[in-house]
Design a protein around this ligand. Structure first.
Ligand code: ZN
Length: 714
C-alpha cells in the first residue's frame, strides 16, 4: 500500500478574501504561533517538528494552508502577463507548500496517532477540503492559461520533463470537465454531487450489512478454531451483550479464518452467505439500484466529454491506455486460472473422500479443504519459518539490498537529533555509498499501537524535486508488528517479511526519484505498485537468506529444505486466488463497458459470470453489491485490473534479473532498474520506461510461471 501526503498544488481554487489590516495581523500571529504552519527547521534541510504537533492546531492550520494556496492560485489566474510555462505551470508547481507541510502532520495524526479528538476535526474539515479542491479544478481563468501553454507546447515542444508536466496538468483539468461549455459544466457538477451521495449510501449499506449480520456460536460449535480466534470471538460477543457466546462478524478478517478452520459445515454456509450477500439482501440497504444509477451517471458524465464509456475515459492516462489492453491481459490468464480451480477442486474432493466426509465441494468448503490439502502437500509449518525472520535482521537485509542495487548506505541518526512522533520511531540517514552524498532520511515506525491504522504503508514527508534547487527525501515506512519485551527479537511471518520488503520498495522509489517537478512524483495506478512488488523478490535471494535469515537463538541460516517448501507453497491455491480476483476485475470492466440504461445488476452479474465460465465452487472476491473499490468512490473504478497489470511487470522484470550473469545482484540490470524504473517516477511514460529497461514490452509468460500456470503457446 502506498499513501502520500495530500498533494494540493493542482487542485485548489480561488476564494476572494479580505485585505483588512486587522485580519492580516491576526493571520500573522497565528502563522508564528501555529507550529504546523511553520517552515521546517533543524538539520537535513529542515525536518518536521513532530515532537511539537498538537491536534488543537490542525483546523486552523489546514484552513490557513488552503487560504494561502488559494491566494497563490488567484495570483496565477489573474496575472496580466501572457501565460507562459514559467508564470503558470511552474508557479502552480510551486504553490501550496504550506498546506503540504500541514498535511505531513495531518497524515501522522490520521494514520499513526489518531484520536477521537482528531477524527472530529477530520470530519469537520472533509467538506471544506472537497470544496477547496473542486474550486481549483473549476477555475476558468486558470484553466485558460494552462490551455494556452499546453497548445503552444503542442507546436513548440518544451524539454521532456517540462513537456510532461504541462501535459499531465492540462489532462487533469480536461479530464475533469474544464473544457466544457457552461451548460455542460453545470450538468457535470450536478452529476458529481449526485454521485458523491450515492457513493456514501453504497458504503453505508455495506457497513450496515457488515454490522448487522453476526453469526453467534455456542460452546459446542467451536470445532477446528484456534484459541486466539475463540478468545477474540468471545470478546466480540460479550461486547455485543452476548456473554458466553462467540461472534463471527460479517467481515473478511472474521469470515476468512472461520471458513478455513471451522468443522461446522452448516455454519460455514451461513457465514459464507452472510458475507457474500452484503448489499444484496433485497431490503432498504440493497445496493443494486444504487449501482445501476452510479453506472448511468458515470456514463453520462464521460459522455459530456465525448467518451463512449467510463473505462475509455479512465484508462487513457494509465499504463494500459485503454480497456481493450486491460481485458486482453485478464482474458489471457483467465483460462489457466479456472483450469487450475478444477484441479484444486479435484484435490480437495479427494481429501474429503479420504476423510469420509460425504460432501461435494461447495463454495463454503473451498477454504476448509484447501487448508487440508496445503498441510498434506506442503507440510509447511509457519511457526518454524518465523524462528528465522527477525525484524532487526530483516531491516539489515533491506539495507544490504539497497546498498547492492541502489548504492545506498543507511546510518542511524544521533538519538534526539531528528524529532519523532513516538519513541518507537527510528530514523536513518541515507547517503550514497561511494560519494557520501546526502540523499535523505528514512523513518521507521514498526509497532502496532492504539490509534494507529492497521496494515503497512509507505509515505513521504518531502519528495525530491530540482526545479527550485535540489531537495532531499524524507520517507517513512509504517508497520504493525507486535512490540517485544525488552531484549527480545521480533519474529514475523513470511507474509509480513514480504510486506516489509514491499513497503521498503516504495521508500526506495521515493529516494531514487530524479524528477524536476512535484507533479512528476505522482503515481500511475496500474504502475506504482510494480516497483514495490519487485523489491519483495530480494527476500528469497541466497545472499539475503544466508546472511540475514538466521535462527534467532542459534544464528544458523534457514535450512535450504525449508526455503524450498516456502517457494513451492507459493503456487498453492493460485487457482482460487487468481480466479476470485479476476472475476471481480473482469466484472468491474464489463459493468463499465455495458449499456447501463436498463441494466439489472443481479442479472448482469449472473449472465457475465456464465459467459466467462466461472467455476461454481467459488464466488468473486468482491461481488458487485459490495464492491467498495469500484462503487464507494472512483479510486478503483475500472482500475481493479491494475493489481495484475503491475504483477505482469513484476514477474517479467524479475526474470530480467534471473537471466543476468549475476542474477538479482547483477550490476548492469540493477543500473537499468534504477535509471528507468525507479528514477523517472511519472516523468516518463511507464510503457516507454519499461521498454528501455527490458528492450521490449512485458510479456505475461513470467506471471504464468510464477503462479504455476501452463505458459500459453503463441
Ligand atoms: Zn504498495
Amino acid at each position: 500500500m502506498i499513501s502520500k501526503a495530500f498533494k494540493a498544488t493542482v487542485l485548489g481554487s480561488i476564494i476572494l478574501f479580505s485585505n483588512c489590516k486587522e485580519e492580516q495581523k491576526t493571520d500573522q500571529q497565528s502563522m508564528t504561533e501555529n507550529i504546523l504552519l511553520q517552515e521546517w527547521t533543524g538539520p537535513y534541510q529542515g525536518v518536521p517538528a513532530f515532537d511539537q504537533m498538537n491536534v488543537a492546531d490542525v483546523k486552523e492550520a489546514v484552513e490557513k494552508g488552503m487560504e494561502l494556496q488559494l491566494q497563490e492560485i488567484d495570483a496565477i489566474a489573474n496575472n496580466t502577463e501572457a501565460p507562459t510555462f514559467e508564470n503558470t505551470i511552474v508557479a502552480m508547481e510551486s504553490a501550496g507548500k504550506t498546506l503540504d507541510r500541514v498535511f505531513t502532520y495531518y497524515g501522522i495524526l490520521s494514520s499513526n496517532r489518531s484520536t477521537p479528538e482528531f477524527r472530529a476535526v477530520q470530519a469537520e474539515l472533509a467538506p471544506k477540503l472537497s470544496e477547496f479542491r473542486s474550486k481549483i479544478s473549476q477555475n476558468e481563468k486558470l484553466f485558460q492559461r494552462i490551455k494556452t501553454v499546453y497548445e503552444a507546447s503542442q507546436n513548440n515542444p518544451l524539454e521532456p520533463q517540462e513537456q510532461r508536466v504541462v501535459e499531465l496538468t492540462y489532462k487533469q483539468f480536461e479530464m475533469n470537465g474544464a473544457n466544457l461549455d457552461a451548460e455542460k459544466k453545470k450538468r457535470y457538477a450536478e452529476i458529481n454531487k449526485e454521485l458523491s451521495t450515492l457513493y456514501t449510501q453504497f458504503s453505508n449499506n455495506v457497513l450496515h450489512d457488515e454490522e448487522n449480520y453476526v453469526t453467534y456460536l455456542t460452546k459446542d460449535q467451536l470445532g477446528g478454531l484456534s484459541d486466539g480466534f475463540i478468545k477474540s470471538a468471545a470478546k466480540i460477543a460479550s461486547d455485543k451483550g452476548k456473554d458466553g457466546m462467540y461472534a463471527i462478524t460479517n467481515t473478511r478478517s472474521s469470515m476468512d479464518p472461520f471458513l478455513t478452520y471451522s468443522t461446522e459445515r452448516e455454519l460455514r454456509k451461513q457465514v459464507w452467505e452472510n458475507y457474500y450477500s452484503r448489499g444484496d439482501n433485497g431490503d432498504e440497504y440493497d445496493n443494486n439500484q444504487i449501482i445501476a444509477q452510479i453506472l448511468r451517471l458515470r456514463k453520462e458524465r464521460v459522455g459530456l466529454l465525448g467518451y463512449d464509456n467510463y473505462a475509455q475515459w479512465r484508462l487513457q492516462d494509465r499504463m494500459a491506455k485503454n480497456p481493450e489492453n486491460a481485458m486482453d491481459l485478464m482474458l489471457k490468464v483467465w483460462p489457466a486460472a479456472t483450469a487450475r480451480v478444477k484441479e484444486e477442486v479435484a484435490d480437495m474432493q479427494a481429501v474429503a473422500n479420504e476423510l469420509g466426509d460425504d460432501i461435494t465441494i461447495e463454495p463454503w468448503d473451498y477454504r476448509y479443504y484447501a487448508e487440508k490439502v496445503r498441510k498434506k502437500k506442503y507440510d509447511l509449518d509457519s511457526d518454524e519459518v518465523k524462528q528465522y525472520l527477525q525484524l532487526d535482521k530483516l531491516t539489515e537485509a533491506m539495507f544490504f539490498v539497497a546498498g547492492e542495487i541502489f548504492n545506498y548506505k543507511f546510518t542511524p541518526v544521533e538519538e534526539g537529533s531528528v524529532p519523532v512522533f513516538h519513541e518507537d520511531v527510528k530514523v536513518w540517514e541515507v547517503t550514497d555509498k561511494d560519494s557520501g552524498k546526502h540523499i535523505g532520511l528514512w523513518y521507521l515506525d514498526p509497532y502496532a499501537r492504539e490509534g494507529k491504522r492497521s496494515g503497512a504503508w509507505a509515505t513521504t514527508y518531502r519528495s525530491s524535486t530540482t526545479f527550485e534547487g535540489p531537495t532531499n527525501v524524507l520517507a517513512s515506512n509504517n508497520s504493525n508488528f507486535v512490540k517485544p519485551a525488552p531484549g527480545e527479537a521480533v519474529l514475523v511471518s513470511w507474509d509480513d517479511a514480504t510486506t516489509f520488503f514491499h513497503e521498503f520498495g516504495h521508500a526506495l522509489h521515493f529516494f531514487a526519484a530524479d524528477v524536476k517537478y512535484p507533479t512528476l512524483q505522482g503515481g500511475v495506478r496500474d504502475y506504482t505498485e510494480f516497483q514495490s512488488q519487485l523489491l519483495e523478490r530480494w527476500l528469497s535471494t541466497d545472499k539475503v537468506i544466508n546472511q540475514f535469515l538466521v535462527h534467532h537463538e542459534t544464528g544458523e541460516p534457514i535450512p535450504a529444505a525449508l526455503v524450498e517448501k516456502i517457494k513451492n507453497a507459493a503456487t498453492f491455491n493460485q487457482g482460487f486466488g487468481t480466479t476470485e480476483y479476476l472475476a471481480s476485475a473482469l466484472m468491474d470492466m464489463e459493468l463499465h463497458l455495458a449499456d447501463p440504461t436498463n441494466i439489472d445488476i443481479d442479472t448482469f452479474e449472473r449472465e457475465t459470470l456464465d459467459e466467462l465460465g466461472m467455476p461454481k465452487e467459488l464466488p468473486m472476491r468482491h461481488r458487485t453489491p459490495h464492491f467498495g473499490h469500484v462503487f464507494s468512490g472512483e479510486g478503483y473504478a475500472t482500475a481493479y485490473y491494475g493489481y495484475m497489470w503491475a504483477d505482469v511487470l513484476t514477474s517479467d522484470a524479475s526474470e530480467a534479473f534471473k537471466e543476468a550473469p549475476d542474477g538479482f545482484y547483477d550490476k548492469d540490470v540493477a543500473e537499468k532498474l534504477v535509471t528507468y524504473l525507479f528514477a523517472p517516477r511519472n516523468a516518463m511514460d511507464p510503457a516507454e520506461a519499461y521498454r528501455l529497461f527490458r528492450g521490449r514490452d512485458a510479456k505475461i509468460e513470467a506471471l504464468m510461471r510464477d503462479r504455476g500456470f501452463p505458459v500459453p503457446k503463441n
